[in-house]
Design a binder for this molecule. Sequence first.
Ligand code: GRF
Length: 221
Amino acid sequence: MTTRSASLRVGVLASGRGSNLKALLDATRAPGYPARIVVVISDRERAPALDHAAGAGVAGVFLDPKAFGGRVAYDTALLTCLDAHGVELVCLAGFMRILGPGFVQRLHGRLLNIHPSLLPAFPGLHAQEQALEHGVKIAGATVHFVDEGVDSGPIVAQAGVPVHHDDTEESLSARILAEEHRLYPDVVRLFAEGRLRLAGRRVVVRAVAEGGGESVGEGDR
Ligand code: GRF
C-alpha cells in the first residue's frame, strides 16, 4: 500500500446502532487525526448510524436493497456512491449484508471490518454468545481486512477482554464493545499513516520510531 493523502477519505457502511461509527467520528475530530469520514452508507433507512452521520455533518446515504435487482447491482451502487465521494478506505461497522466477490476484489487492501471475537475463533453472527457457549476465558475484538470469506481476512489488530463466570451475552458484549471503540480508530490511523502492509495473509505494521523498520503486530494489544 502507498502513502495516502494528508487526510484520508473514509467511507463507512453501517446497518444499525452505529456505535463504532460514532467512535470513528469522535476520533476524527482530534487535532492531527489523519483521516476523515466523508460518507456513511446504510442499507436500513432508519439506522441510528445515519443519525450519527447527520449529527456530525457527514453525508448519510440510504441505499435500499429492494431498489436494486440483486446483490451485484446493489454492490455496484455501493461502489458508485463510494467513488462519488472519493473514498480511499471503506470501513464496515455492523453492516449486515454480505458483499459479493466483485465488491471485495475491487477494494482489496482498502476494506476493513470489525468483529466482536478473537478471530479466527467465532466468525459469523452472535460471536459473543458463541464465545460464552464455548467457555473461553478470554474474548475480544478483531479488526481485519475483508476477503471473500466470512470474517476470514488478514488480521490487523486485536484486543482481548476477560470472560467472567457470571457474564451474560449482554455484559460480555459491552466489555468487548468498549475495546472495539478504541481499536477501530487506532487501526484507521495506522492505515491513514501508510503503516499497514499486506504480506500474504499477514499484516505488517510499521513502527513510527524505527525510521522505516518494520515489526509484526504493532497494532496488537
Ligand atoms: C459490533 O459488535 C461489531 O463488532 C459488529 O457489529 C457490531 C456493530 O455495532 N461487526 P455498532 O453498530 O457499531 O454499534
